[in-house]
Each structure stands twice: as C-alpha cells, then as structure tokens.
Design a protein. Structure first.
Length: 569
C-alpha cells in the first residue's frame, strides 16, 4: 500500500491486482483487512500524533479556523438568500425564476458530491480542496455582479458545484492533520458552522439587503475565501503519498482511473430526481406526465449507475466493497434520516412563528436560537465527549431518540403555545441533532482505510444532503395538501384555499379578513405540525442506522476495530 511504514511487512498472501479488476475474484480475509487498515492513515496512533504535531499547534489552529470559515460560507449560502430574494426579484423583475435561485445551488451540490469523493482519492487533497473553494468563490462573484436573473442562476449553480467539494475536503484535511482520538472534537467544530450559519444567514441577509445591497450577501464570501485559501496554501503540508491513491498521478493517469461512465449517468439521475421533487405538487400536479417522466428517468439512470459500479469495481465512483461495509451503509441511512428530520424542522418552524405568532423573518430567526444554539453546543461537546470516551455509536443512538421525541413534542404545538414549550421542545430536538450530526463522519474515519476515507466521507455528506432535499419536497407537499384540505373542510365562503397558500406565512394576519383568521390560523398550525410528524418519523427511523453502526472506538487499535466489525456482521 502507498503509505505503509517502513517497518511493516505484509502478510504472505496470493498476489492480486492493486485495483482488484484483472486478477479475478478475490477473497479478503480478516488478516487482509487488518493489513489494509494498518496501511491507512490510522495505522499507528503514534505516527498519527507525530503527523499532527508536525504542523505545530498554532498552524493546526489556523488551518482549523480556515476550514471553519470555508464551511461557514458554504452553509451561509443556503440560508442568507432567503431574505435577499424579495430584493433580487424586485431588481430583475423575474418572479418566475425564484425557485431556481435555491434549486440551482442544490442540484449541483448533490450531483457532484460523490464526484469530488473520487477526485480526492485520485489527486492531492490540498489542491482539489482549493479548486472547489475557487469554484465556490467564482459562483459568489457571478451572483454578486450579474446584471440578469439568468446570470444569477448560473452563479448559484457554479457556487453549488464548488460547495460539493468544500465540506468533504475540510473533513478530509482534518483526517490527515489531527490524531484519530482528537478528530471528533475538530469535526464537531466544523459541523457546528451549519448551525451558526442557520442563525447568521437570515440576520446578515436582512442587514445587507436593508442597509447596503443584496449583492453583499455574496460579496461577503470573498474575504472569507481569501483567508481560507491563504492559510491552506501557507500552512497545510500533506505528504504526497498520504494524499493520493497513486504515486504522483499525472492528470492523464488520474483521468484514466476516473469513473466517466458512472458520472455521465449519475449527474442527470440526481438532477431528474430533484427537479421532480421541486416541481411536483407546485408547478405541476404529481400525476402530470412531466413529473412521471422525471421519476422514470431517475429510476432508469440510477439502475444504470448501480450496474456500472458493479462492473467497474475498484475504478467505480463508489466501489461496491466500500458501500457494503456495515459502517458505511448504516451511517448513510442514519445521515439521510438526520438530514431529513433537521431540514424539515429548520424550514417549517420559522413558518409557524411567522404565521401563528405574526413574527417577522428576523424575529422568527431569533426565536429559532434555542434549537440552533443547542445544535452548535452539542456538536462541539459531543465531539469532545467522543474523544474522551472513545465510542461514538451510543451518541448516535441517543441522538435518534432525542430527535424523534423532540420533533414529536414540536407536533403538539397549537395557536396558543407559549414560550416555555417552544423553547424547551426546540432545545430537546437541537440536542438530538447536535449529538449526532458529525458522528457518522467519525465512524467512517475510524473504520475505513486511508484509501477509502474520501469516498466514504462523500457518501455520508451526499446522503445527508439528499435526505434533506428529498424530504423537503415531502414536507412541502404534506404542508400544502394539509393546509388546503383543512381550509376546504372549514367551508369558508369566498375564501379560496389556493389564495391562502399564495399569501405566504408573513402576511396571513395582514391579508386574511378578521372573521376568517381563527380558521386559517388553525389550518396553518395543523399543516405545520403535520410536517413535524414527518420529522419525528425520520428521527425514529434513523435509529435503524444508529443501532447497526459497529461499536468501534477512536481509542482502539485498527486491527481490533476490523475484527470486531467482521465478527458482528
């Protein structure tokens, strides 16, 4: 293996192709897996310590700050745009493009997540990461400077493409600069940036649009990006043999190992799925031929992608032997459910505040603080606890239980719910999310060899992103159908249910006639809590993945971890 230490000798075993394609069927024994695991970045805890200390504490601190800034920018782009959209549509006069302002970013982020996992395996992590950061910043510049709505959508797509590689790259850099036992703490700090951005996004967006210009919602990424790039260029030094699958691959050699066929079918498959979810029930009814065709295209292409992965084996975007590892598939299930539950609550809880309590967008953001702060604090605290105690699986199990219970308690809201309830239930749910948000990534880094960590990390981030995207669509349809149905059941004369939906949450109390208001608020409350039922169900289902994750430890020797996982499988 590429990064085997000089004093380690492989166990005698039959010769095999390094890529596992031309040597026929292979039998991987526990001894093989021990050897492969030891040849990875976690082969020797002392060498891990030396590798981290080679950067020096202050250099490692600056690298971590840089990574946090980059992830904060990526997370901020998801939330800051919400408050800027009204001003953007005022300037471009293209209300029909609003849906694309968010979906263009999401489409490229989801579609290229696994592709970046492959690139990180083939080329130096440092340069792939900086390339992703450059694309993100380029997209931000296009969004900030564009004179047209079309240009803005293109900028969002470019930024999303870069964002696909930034978060996974940040976690991989932590993998190669921090000892295994300390990684959960650092990863908790990086993951907490999403929670901080959830609060800062609406507040910063409102401040920029009201006092400067909506364009500064995107210009703000430039100084953060410059600091990140400078720190990474100057302070991050990774040995080539630890950052590449091949010994110094040329671009041509790397391209020959790239899964071009899989990429060609995977990207349009994800685009078709997300477009179907974006348009279904809003632009078109679910029974419309366009929506059905998109789902059919997704099904055909994803089946082709799976076939290509089986055919290409080690040269696949997702080598089958990686995904069938219990740690990988169970962590992917857990992450998808966590993403689904979290994004539903993050999106629909502000709608409840705005519609039921007549809060402004900024006020609803402030009222969201109990949940977001709980996520941030527990992300960092649980990371430190895993570093101290060793095991991460118990935190995932407790996280699933608290998410399900917290979302279930949120579903008890009514139009008269007071602060004690909505603060307490948010904290309960936020503690659950925070405890588990980075544990799946820790599991991947503990259980996989160095050559598989990049794609394993990409799988987890992709699962969490796709889970959120899919169930945002589910939540939207549950909300809309319940709202329209409840208003129709009230038989309110001269009140069209569709008109209530089009009013928007912030204008309900201002535009709905006073005599209809109690019924409409009751319908809004019922619609929102129905989405919380979905969040509770996904939180509960995440327990399946959490229970299936092997109980490995960041303190244990890799050989013990591999044997434990094989014996439990």
């Amino acid at each position: 293996m590429a990064d085997m230490t000089a004093n380690e000798q492989p166990t005698e075993k039959p010769e095999r192709s390094p890529l596992g394609e031309e040597g026929g069927p292979q039998t991987r024994s526990i001894e093989d897996d021990r050897h492969d695991s030891r040849s990875g970045s976690d082969a020797d805890p002392e060498s891990q310590k030396d590798k981290a200390e080679s950067h020096g504490l202050w250099k490692l601190a600056l690298i971590t700050v840089a990574l946090c800034l980059s992830v904060f920018c990526v997370a901020l782009d998801n939330t800051i745009i919400a408050t800027a959209i009204p001003r953007i549509t005022d300037q471009f006069h293209t209300l029909e493009d609003v849906g694309w302002y968010g979906s263009a970013y999401l489409l490229t982020t989801c579609s290229f997540q696994l592709i970046f996992g492959n690139l990180y395996n083939l080329y130096a992590i440092k340069w792939v990461y900086l390339g992703a950061l450059f694309l993100f910043e380029l997209g931000s510049v296009v969004c900030a400077a564009t004179p047209s709505s079309v240009g803005f959508v293109i900028g969002r797509a470019i930024a999303g493409l870069g964002a696909a590689g930034v978060f996974s790259g940040a976690l991989l850099i932590i993998n190669y600069t921090v000892p295994l036992r300390q990684r959960p703490t650092y990863m908790g700090c990086i993951s907490s940036m999403y929670g901080i951005a959830s609060v800062a996004g609406p507040l910063m967006g409102g401040a920029f649009t009201d006092h400067v210009s909506w364009r500064w919602c995107f210009y703000i990424n430039l100084p953060f990006g410059a600091i990140t790039a400078s720190f990474i260029l100057i302070f991050l030094q990774l040995p080539p043999r630890e950052t590449q699958q091949h010994d110094g691959p040329s671009p041509r050699k790397g391209l020959s190992s790239f899964d071009i066929e899989g990429t060609i079918v995977f990207i349009p498959a994800i685009v078709a799925l997300l477009l179907a979810l974006q348009w279904g029930g809003t632009k078109y009814p679910w029974s419309h031929g366009c929506i059905i065709a998109l789902f059919v295209v997704f099904g055909v292409l994803i089946a082709a992608f799976i076939g290509i992965q089986v055919w290409k084996k080690e040269r696949a975007t997702v080598p089958p032997r990686v995904f069938v590892e219990r740690t990988v598939w169970s962590s992917a299930v857990y992450s998808a459910c966590l993403g689904a539950s979290f994004y539903i609550v993050v999106y629909y809880l502000p709608i409840w505040f705005q519609a039921i309590q007549n809060s402004s967008a900024v006020q609803s953001g402030i009222k969201n603080l109990p949940m977001i702060l709980s996520v941030v604090v527990l992300s960092i605290a649980s990371g430190a606890a895993v570093s101290l105690l060793g095991h991460y699986a118990p935190f995932m199990i407790v996280s699933s239980v608290l998410m399900a219970v917290g979302a279930g308690m949120l579903s008890t809201f009514n139009v008269n719910t007071g602060p004690a309830a909505w603060i307490g239930y948010q904290i309960l749910f936020g503690v659950g999310v925070g405890m588990g948000t980075q544990q799946a990534m820790v599991a991947i880094q503990v259980s996989l060899g160095a050559q598989d960590v990049a794609i394993g990390t990409a799988i987890i981030i992709f699962s969490q992103t796709l889970g959120g995207a899919v169930f945002m669509g589910v939540g939207q349809n549950v909300f809309q159908n319940k709202l329209v149905g409840m208003i129709a059941d009230e038989h309110i004369a001269n009140l069209d249910p569709a008109s209530v939906v089009s009013v928007g949450a912030t204008q309900v109390k201002n535009l709905i006639p006073e005599k209809f208001l109690p019924a409409v608020l009751g319908a809004y409350n019922g619609a929102v809590i129905n989405t919380f039922y979905v969040a509770a169900a996904m939180g509960a289902f995440s327990l399946v993945g959490a229970i299936a994750v092997p109980w490995n430890s960041v303190k244990a020797k890799p050989e013990k971890q591999v044997v434990t996982e094989k014996e439990e499988a």
